[in-house]
Design a protein around this ligand. Structure first.
Ligand SMILES: [Zn+2]
Length: 168
């Protein structure tokens, strides 16, 4: 009798399904964790929603968390839950995304074309910057670059024209 030692390995072909249809993943950034594009994200396209408990501002003001997003004069979203993937989006002074509030929903949208591997960032705004970033210095890519330029060209500083923003 012939032995049937045929392994059934051929049937268990490696799965190459992507675990997520989201165009991003959480990864290691300069300042801890960050959100990185895994696919091309076109300018103007929606990326992720910043979700969490909706709290009256006076309650939110008492909380000891950095993950608060004020949506208007009365309401704040507490985004500290880990399910809120948008909380991993780091601040940048020259961001490639922005957070817009539409009917108390916080939507993060690309303002530039974002390539796979790029970190997704938005500008947290002046209040957050002054409260949490200013003291230890901003570590975003734009500020990092600025610092190294200042270091290498401490002489003959040229005045830059106003910030370039592509019109559309
Ligand atoms: Zn910065």
């Amino acid at each position: 009798m012939p032995k049937t030692t045929l392994s059934s390995k051929t049937s268990s072909s490696a799965k190459t399904t992507s675990t997520s249809r989201r165009p991003f993943r959480v990864g290691r950034a300069k300042t801890g964790l960050g959100l990185f594009a895994t696919k091309l994200i076109r300018k103007g396209s929606f990326i992720v929603r910043y979700i969490g408990r909706m709290l009256p501002n006076r309650i939110a003001d008492e909380l000891d968390t950095k993950y608060l997003f004020e949506v208007n004069a009365r309401w704040t979203v507490d985004g500290s839950n880990r399910k809120n993937i948008a909380r991993y989006v780091n601040h940048s002074c020259r961001p490639n995304a922005e957070a817009d509030v539409k009917k108390r929903k916080i939507l993060i949208t690309a303002i530039k074309t974002i390539n796979p591997g790029d970190e997704i960032t938005y500008n947290y705004g002046r209040d957050y910057f002054n409260a949490f970033i200013k003291d230890h210095g901003c570590r975003c890519a734009a500020c990092h670059q600025k610092k190294s330029v200042v270091r290498s060209k401490h002489k003959g500083r040229k005045k830059r024209k106003g910030s370039k923003r592509p019109k559309h």
